[in-house]
Design a protein around this ligand. Structure first.
Ligand SMILES: Cc1cc2nc3c(=O)[nH]c(=O)nc-3n(C[C@H](O)[C@H](O)[C@H](O)COP(=O)(O)OP(=O)(O)OC[C@H]3O[C@@H](n4cnc5c(N)ncnc54)[C@H](O)[C@@H]3O)c2cc1C
Length: 500
């Protein structure tokens, strides 16, 4: 027996989180199930960044029935095959974290193990030769996967870069078409039910009062409902991820669009470069304890690929998450729920997974603790796994050129990460724990790229003889090379399919 279906859902905030939530709930539940009402304030605006994604966004797009070419065209986007990390493991060094896998596993043994055996013998030392995404990225090539049997062309994994403002507008159109309503106005007060403490209504500056049964807090960093109203504490992770500010400054576009994000480490943080059709998105993430805003802006301005468009804009943040993502009748999604810097483009994924988990644990009017507790546990776990992966980039480095990097190299790290590093250093093996977002290939790419030393290769890689392993790796490398050669230029692909 159910105590009653939720009939009205109020979404507070119209940034990426608010409109992704509205579009998904309207599409899945539909207006006949519940009234879906989004409130946003044009005067307050949105954070206005968030332009790089990971391949999981394709699942969300499919769920919304999005025409991908239309989506890229309308958001002035480009395609992404991975992230290039420059000066992270050490100054002058670079590596690529590709989407998809390296090579293929053979005889039940991980490809990584065979590659490590060969690399230790001085053969096939460039691991990028075994990733079509890495090779194509550096060649400036892109296409979607095709049905080509065993060819790497069947397994092309990609995501997008897009203009965050245009993305929210695009989602808004989808949400409103599917029946979601929007009210513009600043919320000045939140009314709570005297008995349950649940949120009952939002009061706007105009005097309008908007009631709801389920409230989704997408109000951004301030956490208007989850934090300011319900007082759910924020777990601060600055001890692990000390960067707490970003300065953003777009610049003129590149003549040719690279199909990848670039992350360049600086002396107290790092800089992103996200190529779009009409501009490049740039930002410098830094730690205010080790660098002033002016210095951060100067470093960014000195390292742009084109003339700046506008003035640098500083954004402050605290890495971490709400102790409980869902409290009473309020679920926080997006920046109100937590934030980890955009090093691996995971924030939009956190929104997506928050929405998916809300749908699979959707409450009735009892707002049962069982649903809430499960949701909260899963979201905290998800955050912790991502945090560990990000910490790896900072901690496993040979950089010793600044007090910031000295802190990162020596800081205490979560034990689960320490164990992963010990295992890799012992045998070059990496694992995906439970349902964590980043798989063994991602861990391998970053551990290798960050120059973690490896004592010995996985003994099971001796399963194939040296000659046989050599022959098979040469074959895979050639297949990757031929596939990259076959692919069209990223620019040509956009021009033909989705030019803005
Ligand atoms: C520096 C930086 C770089 C990032 N880069 C990436 C990236 O590359 N990839 C990625 O996946 N993510 C990235 N992110 C994260 C991404 O930007 C956010 O996850 C995403 O934009 C969601 O933001 P949001 O909708 O939660 O908040 P916001 O965009 O801040 O939206 C908040 C909404 O709440 C409304 N609001 C607030 N208060 C009120 C009120 N009183 N009354 C009415 N309305 C109100 C606002 O008007 C606005 O509509 C980045 C974030 C930062 C800070």
């Amino acid at each position: 027996m159910t105590t009653g279906r939720v009939r009205s859902i109020v979404i507070v905030g119209g940034g990426t989180a608010g409109w992704m939530t509205a579009a998904a709930l309207a599409r899945v539940l539909g207006p006949d199930y519940a009234d879906i009402h989004l409130i946003e304030s044009d005067a307050i605006g949105t954070v206005g960044v968030g332009e790089a994604t990971i391949p999981q966004i394709n699942v969300f797009n499919r769920m919304l029935g999005i025409d991908e070419n239309d989506f890229v065209r309308r958001t002035k986007g480009s395609f992404k095959l991975g992230i290039e990390f420059v000066d992270w493991g050490g100054i002058g060094q670079r590596y690529f974290h590709p989407f998809g896998d390296y090579g293929i596993d053979m005889e039940g043994v991980s490809f990584h193990s065979y590659w490590m055996r060969m690399a230790k013998a001085g053969e096939f030392t460039d691991v990028n030769d075994f990733s079509l995404m890495a090779r194509a990225a550096y060649d400036g090539k892109f296409m979607r996967p095709i049905d080509a049997g065993n060819s790497p062309l069947s397994r092309i994994a990609y995501a997008f870069h897009f203009d965050a403002g245009l993305y929210a507008a695009y989602l808004r159109e989808l949400a409103e078409t599917a029946g979601a309503r929007r009210t513009e106005g600043r919320i000045v007060d939140i009314e709570r039910d005297g008995d349950s403490g649940h949120i009952a209504a939002a009061k706007l500056e105009s005097g309008e009062r908007i009631e709801g049964e389920l409230f989704i807090d997408c109000s951004g960093f301030r956490g208007l409902l989850i934090g300011e109203t319900l007082g759910v504490p924020y777990i601060d992770w600055r001890n692990f991820l000390p960067c707490d500010r970003a300065v953003a400054l777009p610049c003129e576009r590149l003549d040719s669009l690279p199909p990848y994000t670039r992350s360049t480490a600086h002396k107290a943080g790092w800089q992103w470069r996200i190529p779009l059709q009409h501009r490049i998105g740039n930002g410098h993430v830094y730690c205010s304890e080790y660098m002033s805003d002016d210095e951060a802006a100067a470093i960014l301005t000195d390292n742009l690929d084109g003339a700046p468009l506008g003035d640098p804009r500083v954004i402050r943040f605290t890495t971490g998450h709400r102790q409980r993502f869902w409290e009473g009748n309020c679920v926080s999604i997006g920046l109100s729920a937590g934030f980890m810097e955009p090093l691996e483009s995971t924030s939009i994924w956190m929104i997506q997974t928050g929405i998916a988990r809300l749908l699979s644990n959707f409450p009735d009017k009892s707002f049962a603790a069982a649903d809430r507790d499960r949701y909260n546990r899963l979201m905290v776990e998800e955050s912790e796994f991502i945090r560990d992966f990000l910490v790896l980039h900072y901690h496993a480095t040979t950089r010793d050129d600044s007090a910031f990097w000295d802190y990162c190299r020596n800081m205490p790290i979560p034990e689960r990460l320490a164990e992963k590093m010990r295992v890799f250093e012992n045998s070059g093996r990496t694992f995906r724990e439970h349902d964590e977002l980043f798989n063994d290939t991602s861990w391998f790419a970053v551990m290798l790229g960050q120059q973690l030393p490896v004592r010995a290769y996985d003994p099971v890689a001796d399963l194939l003889s040296f000659e046989e392993t050599h022959k098979r790796l040469a074959h895979i490398r050639d297949a990757v090379r031929n596939s990259a050669d076959y692919m069209p230029a990223h620019d040509a692909y956009i021009a033909e399919n989705c030019a803005a």
